[in-house]
Design a protein around this ligand. Structure first.
Ligand code: GLN
Length: 492
C-alpha cells in the first residue's frame, strides 16, 4: 500500500487542508523512506532532516491558521545540488565546491521556502550538471530505484530518483541538454522543462547560461503545474527572466486534446539505435492521443540531427567561461601552490573531474582565435536553423511528440568509456534546449526490460499550458501506476 510519501503533492495538500494528516507526519514518512533507501541509492549529497522537521512544524502551524496557505506548504521537496541554498552546502556534484556553503538562496528555493516547503535534502548530480548518467558526480553515482544496476539518468539523477523512490514528493533539477527530462524518463516520473526564462536562475550554479533551465520532477502532471505556478514569474534578480508574472498553470489542465494538432517526429522513431521497447511504448501513446481526439501527422525537424553537435560546441564554450571563476581564490576548495598561478592550476587540476576538464578544454578551443568562426560561430548558425525548424513545425502543429530518450535506463559503467555514446542519450532532448521551447516527459509504460519509458511532448515558446493539458490528458488515459519493485514492501 502506498505510504504518505508516495502520494502526489496535490493529494497531500488536500489531506493537509482537511486535517487528515499533518506536515510532520508527511515529513516523517519521507525521512523514513530516506533512512531505508538512501544508502543504496545514494540520492542525497546533503540530507537535511532537521530542517525538514522544523519546516514541517512551521507548515503545520500555518495550516492551523486557516486554509489559505500556498500549495507547497508541508510538501517534502528535494533540490539538485546546483541550486544554492543559504547556509546549506551546495556542491554542484564537484570536489571544487565540496566545502561551499552559499550565503544566499536561489530564487526558486526562496519562493518555495516562503510558501512553506519542507526541504529534505540536496540531491546528487553529475558534476556541474555535465552528464547523462550521474556517473560524473565527484561523490559517486546515484542508482536507479527501478534496477540498482542501472543509472538514473543525468544530470539531475538524484532529484529523479528521490521522487521515484518516495524520499521526496517533488524536486527541482536543471535541464541544459535534457537533464530534467531524460532522468525523469529513466526513473518513471514526470519531468518538465518550461520555456527559457520562465523560472529564474538567480542562484543557479551556471553550466551553459544560454541553455540552462530550471525544471521540475513530480509524480503527476498536475503536480508539475502546481510546482511551476509556485516558482515561475519574473525575477528582477535574473536578467534573462521572462517579464510575465506568475500564473496558475493548473487552469485549463482538464481541457483534453480534442482538436489539437499533434506532430510526430517520425525520424526519431526511425533512428538507428532506438530501443524497440521504447519505440513501441511511444507508438502506443501516440495512438492514445489520436483516440482521445487529437489530429496526428508526421512533423519534420530537418536540422535536429545537427543539434547534438552544435550543443557540444555551445555548451562547452559557455562552460569554459562560467567555470573560470573556480580559481581557488573565492570559492570552495583550494590547493596550495608557491604562487597564485600554481595555486590556480593545482586547484583546478585537483578540483575538477575528467568530464568537466574535457568540456573546458573543448570550449576553450572552440572559442580561440582562428577557430571561433569554424566552431562556435558555425554552431550558433545551426542553433538558429533548429529554432527555425521549430517555428516552421509549430505553424502546422500545436505540439510535437516523440521519445524522450532512445533507451531505457542503461547499466552503470556501460557508457563511461565512450563519451560519444553517452552524449547520444540526449539526442531528443537537446533540440528544445537550443530553441528554449517548453517540453515535458511523462512515463508511458514499461519496456520488456521492465524499465520505464518516457514520452516527450514539446510545445511552442511560452505555451506551457498546452503542453501540460495534453500531458495531463494522456497521463489520465495511460493510467501508469507501476512503481519501482524496490518499493514493494519498503518501510514507511
Ligand atoms: N547530458 C547533457 C550534458 O552532458 C545535458 C546535461 C544537462 O542538461 N545539464 O551536457
Amino acid at each position: 500500500m502506498a505510504e504518505l510519501c508516495d502520494l502526489s503533492a496535490d493529494e497531500l495538500a488536500r489531506r493537509l487542508r482537511v486535517k487528515e494528516v499533518s506536515a510532520v507526519e508527511i515529513a516523517e514518512s519521507a525521512l523514513r523512506r530516506m533512512e531505508a533507501l538512501d544508502e543504496r541509492l545514494h540520492t542525497f549529497l546533503t540530507p537535511t532532516p532537521d530542517l525538514a522537521r522544523e519546516q514541517a512544524r512551521a507548515a503545520d502551524a500555518r495550516l492551523g491558521e486557516g486554509p489559505e496557505v500556498p500549495a507547497p506548504a508541508g510538501i517534502p521537496l528535494a533540490l539538485k545540488d546546483v541550486l544554492t541554498t543559504r547556509g546549506i552546502r551546495s556542491t554542484a556534484g564537484s570536489k571544487i565546491l565540496e566545502p561551499y556553503v552559499p550565503p544566499y538562496d536561489c530564487t526558486p528555493w526562496a519562493r518555495l521556502k516562503a510558501a512553506g516547503s519542507v526541504l529534505v535534502g540536496k540531491t546528487n548530480c553529475d558534476e556541474f550538471a555535465m552528464g547523462s548518467s550521474n556517473e560524473n558526480s565527484a561523490f559517486g553515482p546515484v542508482r536507479n530505484p527501478w534496477n540498482l544496476e542501472t543509472v538514473p539518468g543525468g544530470s539531475s539523477g538524484g532529484s529523479a530518483a528521490a521522487v521515484a523512490s518516495g524520499q521526496a514528493v517533488w524536486a527541482l533539477g536543471t535541464d541544459t541538454g535534457g537533464s530534467v527530462r531524460q532522468p525523469a524518463a529513466l526513473c518513471g516520473v514526470v519531468g518538465l522543462k518550461p520555456t527559457y526564462g520562465r523560472i529564474s536562475r538567480y542562484g543557479l550554479i551556471a553550466f551553459a547560461s544560454s541553455l540552462d533551465h530550471v525544471g521540475t520532477f513530480t509524480r503527476s502532471v498536475r503536480d508539475a503545474a502546481i510546482l511551476l505556478s509556485a516558482i515561475a514569474g519574473n525575477d528582477p534578480l535574473d536578467a534573462t527572466s521572462l517579464p510575465e508574472p506568475a500564473r496558475d498553470y493548473t487552469e485549463g489542465l482538464e481541457g483534453g486534446v480534442r482538436g489539437l494538432r499533434v506532430g510526430v517526429v517520425e525520424d526519431w522513431l526511425r533512428m538507428e539505435g532506438i530501443q524497440p521497447g521504447v519505440r513501441d511504448a511511444v507508438r502506443g501513446a501516440i495512438d492514445r492521443l489520436q483516440r482521445l481526439g487529437a489530429s496526428v501527422d508526421e512533423a519534420k525537424l530537418p536540422h535536429a540531427d545537427y543539434a547534438l553537435s552544435a550543443y557540444y560546441l555551445i555548451a562547452p564554450a559557455e562552460c569554459s567561461s562560467n567555470l573560470a571563476r573556480y580559481d581557488g581564490v573565492r570559492y570552495g576548495f583550494r590547493a596550495e601552490g608557491r604562487d597564485v598561478v600554481e595555486m590556480n592550476m593545482k586547484t583546478r587540476g585537483a578540483g575538477f573531474g575528467d568530464e568537466v576538464k574535457r568540456r573546458i578544454m573543448l570550449g576553450t578551443y572552440a572559442l580561440s582565435a582562428g577557430y571561433y568562426e569554424a566552431y562556435y560561430g558555425q554552431a550558433q548558425k545551426v542553433r538558429t536553423l533548429v529554432i527555425r525548424d521549430y517555428e516552421q513545425a509549430f505553424e502546422r502543429f500545436d505540439l510535437l511528440v516523440g521519445p524522450t530518450s532512445p533507451t531505457t535506463a542503461f547499466r552503470l559503467g556501460e557508457k563511461t568509456g565512450d563519451p560519444l555514446a553517452m552524449y547520444l542519450s540526449d539526442v531528443f532532448t537537446i533540440p528544445s534546449d537550443l530553441s528554449g521551447t517548453p517540453a515535458i516527459s511523462i512515463p508511458c509504460g514499461l519496456a520488456p526490460d521492465g524499465l520505464p519509458v518516457g514520452f516527450q511532448i514539446m510545445g511552442k515558446l511560452m505555451d506551457e499550458a498546452t503542453v501540460l493539458r495534453a500531458a495531463h490528458a494522456l497521463e489520465q488515459d495511460l493510467g501508469f501506476s507501476s512503481r519501482p519493485p524496490l518499493l514493494e514492501g519498503a518501510s514507511a
